[in-house]
Unconditional design. Structure first.
Length: 204
């Protein structure tokens, strides 16, 4: 994989995307533990995040953080969004997702040796990281092999609904929490429910 560098005004990927223009705090990076055991990946920076300069601080962010703390992972978790600048109207285009996903994969490949579980919130995160056509993607564990014959290159991922979706459908909340807690209980147990080989992953 080629090093795409850090997101910023001088990065050609960001210049071609242009989403950062006019934003208060563009290029949000990792927040939380700099060497996390648990990484939570959301979709994009919300409007509040652009104003405050901090991500996962809204109601849905608090929801996932409270669950992590209740399971004993509050201090060893970190948070990241696929799209690192706030999209107007919270509408994500394929072009923006493709641009920002290059930085996400750069960070994942750097952090993979100490990650015990990566939690993917929502269909966008699933599509970017898992990248397979699946009708049933919610509440699954995945083993991603990012490099052949390298045991430190394995990513264990859990895919589930975004908490913002759960907040609109409270009838699903109890099962959503059970699924996340079950996934965290499997850390760092090696289980394989679904697998995908990313050993030859490259940026197009």
């Amino acid at each position: 994989m080629n090093d795409v560098g850090q997101p910023g005004i001088d990065n050609p990927i960001c210049n071609s995307c242009g989403l950062y223009v006019g934003k208060n705090t563009p290029f949000h990076g990792l927040e939380g533990n700099p060497h996390p055991k648990i990484l939570v990946i959301g979709e994009a920076v919300c409007c509040d995040g652009d104003v405050t300069g901090s991500i996962f601080k809204g109601a849905s962010g608090k929801m996932i953080k409270e669950l992590l703390r209740s399971c004993g992972y509050g201090d060893c978790s970190a948070f990241l969004n696929i799209v690192r600048c706030h999209p107007e109207g919270n509408k994500l285009s394929t072009r923006v997702i493709k641009a920002c996903s290059q930085f996400l994969w750069r960070d994942l490949l750097i952090m993979r040796s100490h990650l015990e579980l990566t939690i993917l919130l929502g269909k966008t995160a699933f599509d970017v990281v898992i990248g397979v056509k699946e009708k049933q993607w919610n509440d699954y564990m995945w083993i991603l092999n990012t490099e052949t014959d390298n045991p430190n290159a394995i990513l264990l991922c859990y895919t589930c609904y975004h908490p913002a979706y759960i907040m609109r459908r409270r009838s699903l909340e109890a099962q959503w929490k059970i699924g996340l807690k079950d996934a965290l209980d499997h850390v760092p147990r090696d289980i394989t429910i679904k697998g995908w080989d990313y050993s030859n992953w490259t940026i197009e």
